[in-house]
Design a protein around this ligand. Sequence first.
Ligand SMILES: *[C@@H]1O[C@H](CO)[C@@H](O)[C@H](O)[C@H]1NC(C)=O
Ligand SMILES: *[C@@H]1O[C@H](CO)[C@@H](O)[C@H](O)[C@H]1NC(C)=O
Ligand SMILES: *[C@@H]1O[C@H](CO)[C@@H](O)[C@H](O)[C@H]1NC(C)=O
Ligand SMILES: *[C@@H]1O[C@H](CO)[C@@H](O)[C@H](O)[C@H]1NC(C)=O
Length: 392
Amino acid sequence: MFISSSYLLALLPLLAVVKAQACPTIPDLSSYNNTVLPDPFTFLNGQKVATFADWECRKKEMSILLQQDELGIIPPRPESMNVSFSGTTLTITATHAGKSITFAPTIKYPTTGTAPFPALIGMGGISIPSPAGVAIITFNNEQMAQQDTLASRGLGLFFNLYGADASAGAMSAWAWAVTLIMDALEQTPAARINTARVGVSGCSRNGKGALVAGAFEPRLVLTIPQESGSGGTDSWRISDFILSTGVLTQTASEIVQENVWLGSSFDQFANTSVDRLPFDHHSLGALVAPRGLFVIDNVGIDWLGPFPSFGAMVSARAAWTAMGVTDAMGISQAASHDHCAFPSTQQPQLNAFINKFLFDQATDTDIVETAGNYTFEVPNAQWAPWSVPTLV
Ligand SMILES: *[C@@H]1O[C@H](CO)[C@@H](O)[C@H](O)[C@H]1NC(C)=O
Ligand SMILES: *[C@@H]1O[C@H](CO)[C@@H](O)[C@H](O)[C@H]1NC(C)=O
Ligand SMILES: *[C@@H]1O[C@H](CO)[C@@H](O)[C@H](O)[C@H]1NC(C)=O
Ligand SMILES: *[C@@H]1O[C@H](CO)[C@@H](O)[C@H](O)[C@H]1NC(C)=O
């Protein structure tokens, strides 16, 4: 069909409107101070989130601020990447500004099922039982960015590539690498992974990292942070409050003196007040929506902040509610057990999430359960005094 250029010219203003709804500008936040979990459904300029398009903008806003004020910047893809595959090892070489690094995730293939296999990327490995028919891709996150002490700042392959003074905390570096792993799997059919069915998991410190990777890599269809605590599924604000009631809980001010999971930009908030953060970790969790998120916790270890996790994740779940897909987000807090020892009581719930998101089966994943003696609802006056829209 012939379309005259004048016809196209006449259409231009209309196309511009249809093409891109401009996202609200982030206002000056230097005097931001909010004692409750910031409303996920209100932009920082006060505008309400009403549509799916608004939500895309709000996600962008939260993602920018989480990187800027807490996690450090996750760089875009490197200039080039070479991938090779041999046996069970995927070798990835990334090149940027004249420097190259090489890392090599390994794949453990399932003994049942058929290729191409669904897979879980294990942040330093997985601590949940290996699901049948699922490949486990073990990513050595500590080689990418160290996480021993504060002296680990700037150490690891990522920093060899981007410089020791890159703003990224360890978790941002890991999330960057998970994106490269996904790219490498897509480019490598010989690895026999179904890249439309890949999840991520990890426990404890690596559970924190699994949540960050899931939040920032949209191709991951399932994110399973296990006993991730502060820096993972916990709210910074609620953790501070619970510590103030005498329950020994990991908080922002502790975490920045313990390790380098977060960028140095977080210090200014951790040292003064987390109320100055224009987000909390319900915002991080909400970035995963509408993809699958299954939060596994242990109420028996105070340090992990099981209530700060419950509060943040029930609040995050509002994002899935707003999209009408509540059952893609589950929370299961089991009774006291050893750290990272997966209790058999959670096995049916885990199976339901694996089967739905990695095998496309219809399972019941509408799970919000806690063995803890607490309740948390949205809205609630103390922590979440905002309502949940139905996005259109
Ligand atoms: C934030 O606001 C609270 C309550 O309004 C107030 O008590 C607190 O001092 C303020 N904090 C900062 C850092 O301004
Ligand atoms: C990437 O692969 C190309 C083609 O095989 C090769 O010429 C180049 O040297 C490789 N680059 C790196 C950094 O390995
Ligand atoms: C935060 O506090 C720590 C420990 O007191 C100190 O080393 C660091 O310089 C402070 N950073 C900022 C940005 O205030
Ligand atoms: C649960 O908390 C309430 C209120 O603090 C308390 O009265 C009750 O004894 C607790 N129950 C258990 C089983 O700990």
